[in-house]
Write a protein that binds this ligand. Structure first.
Ligand code: PAN
Ligand code: ZN
Length: 186
């Protein structure tokens, strides 16, 4: 497949990636097992079923050396006081790292490797590095607006969404007054 173009641009006004050629939307109904209050998430999914995040991707050939990019827009909200988050994943290829560049909002990037959990505060202009082998999930810690970031990663990385069930994120992030608290995971 011939690439659609040689550039993308972050459209700040509309919070999307100009020239993206792939799009994904995750609603509460897609986030089974992510929140402590699973039954409440289920009920919320049956009712309003809010969009939790959107991902605008620029595709590339899935071969060694190529890079993928995507803008994630993670909306504000909670499930019973636990902030909206992405599903989170480990890369299938054990040697593939990733970079997140925060474009807007406030949040946390949770990193997981074995029993070790780390986190990076995300705010505009923070560039987070996810070393190869670390599971990663983002959390929007502000109810004032979306957490927006662009990610760059090797095209051969692949995403494993099952492994987080066996090697879960060790921390959870909850609403507290006008801020957040980090609690223990499962
Ligand atoms: C990101 C994520 C994106 C959505 O582009 O895919 O933020 O999160 P989930 O994939 O966990 O649903 C990335 O890490 N790519 O590799
Ligand atoms: Zn990733």
């Amino acid at each position: 497949k011939i690439p659609a173009g040689f550039f993308t641009a972050f459209d700040r006004q509309n919070s999307l990636l100009y020239n993206a050629d792939d799009y994904e939307e995750r609603k509460l109904s897609d986030l089974q097992g992510c929140f402590v209050a699973e039954e409440i998430r289920h009920q919320m999914a049956l009712q309003e079923n809010k969009t939790v995040y959107r991902v605008y991707k620029k595709t590339a050939p899935l071969v060694a050396g190529e890079l993928l990019q995507a803008v994630t827009v993670l909306f504000p909200g909670t499930v019973n006081g636990e902030f909206f988050m992405t599903r989170g994943h480990y890369h299938i290829h054990p040697k593939c790292a990733e970079i997140f560049f925060c474009l807007g909002g406030r949040g946390l990037l949770l990193l997981q490797k074995g029993n070790e959990t780390k986190w990076v505060e995300m705010k505009p202009d923070v560039i987070a590095y996810i070393p190869a082998g670390w599971g990663h999930r983002t959390v929007n810690t502000s109810l004032a607006g979306p957490l927006v970031f662009i990610a760059f990663w090797p095209a051969v990385a692949g995403q494993n969404y099952q492994r987080r069930l066996k090697e879960p994120f060790g921390k959870r992030v909850f609403q507290a007054d006008r801020s957040y608290v980090i609690g223990d995971g499962d």
